[in-house]
Design a protein around this ligand. Structure first.
Ligand code: 13P
Length: 255
């Protein structure tokens, strides 16, 4: 059985005070949520305060990135130990914005995944193709490279402690969502890559989220697809009611 996992990636939005307010609203709204794993990912700056807000609730805390070293001369970076200390349980790794603007590669994704797992936190590994890559017929080769790069050297037991977020870059922040069919096909392909590496049982146990203009209006259709096990939400996660409008349909779905 796979868990439905819905995570709000707040990106570079919300001051600390605004983050505390939104987290408080999400905690209140998610009180009745039983089966969906609900995660919020504020900025680094707000994590410690938001950790206090979510403590004892059914809302989990994620960071938006991490460095792979323990400490040292890495100006601007935050280590996994620092995240762990304040109660972070999940770390988003390899987001397309990190890849596009900040030089993230499959090799750095892999290092971050290993580091995060060494401290018993769960990586949310982001993959996805650009519009040009899709139009060039390179969807499958891009996803293959990204999955193989991220999971390089990971044993099956480690793979079971990961979450994947398939986020087609052309759907992020654009209002253009992948259709249910387009998303399902990509997810099934990603699961087939996991099956090649780890076998069908492991592949069937790993949650694969969809991300890219997911909102209450399209959530139920996407979540109903066989291989879509949740969502990584940007814009629609910045208000508690629209975020919960995506979480709630997940409650009645089992995979
Ligand atoms: P949007 O939901 O704003 O398209 O963002 C998706 C995303 O990038 C989540 O990580």
């Amino acid at each position: 059985m796979r868990k439905i996992v819905i995570a709000g990636n707040w990106k570079m939005n919300k001051t600390v005070a605004e983050s505390v307010k939104l987290a408080t609203d999400v905690v209140a709204a998610a009180q009745g949520i039983r089966s969906v794993v609900v995660i919020i990912a504020p900025t680094y700056l707000a994590l410690a305060k938001v950790a206090e807000v979510v403590q004892g609730s059914n809302v989990k805390l994620a960071a938006q990135d991490v460095h792979w070293e323990n400490q040292g001369a890495f100006t601007g970076k935050v280590s996994a130990d620092m995240l762990k200390e304040i109660g972070v349980e999940y770390v988003i790794i390899g987001h397309s914005e990190q890849r596009t603007y900040f030089g993230e590669t499959d090799a750095t994704v892999n290092k971050k995944v290993r580091k995060v797992q060494s401290l018993d936190m769960t990586p949310i590994i982001c993959i996805g193709e650009t519009l040009a890559e899709r139009k060039d017929g390179r969807l499958e080769s891009v996803l293959t490279t990204q999955v193989n790069g991220a999971y390089e050297g990971l044993a099956a037991d480690d793979a079971l402690r990961t979450i994947i977020a398939y986020e087609p870059v052309w759907a992020i922040g654009t209002g253009v969502t992948a259709s249910d069919d387009e998303a399902q096909q990509a997810h099934a392909f990603v699961r087939s890559l996991l099956a090649i590496r780890y076998g069908e049982d492991v592949a069937q146990s790993i949650s694969i989220q969809y991300g890219g203009s997911m909102k209450p209006e399209n959530a139920a259709g996407l979540l109903a697809q066989t291989d879509i096990d949740g969502g990584l939400i940007g814009g629609a996660a910045l208000k508690a009611d629209s975020f919960l409008g995506i979480v709630t349909p997940g409650e009645s779905i089992s995979k």
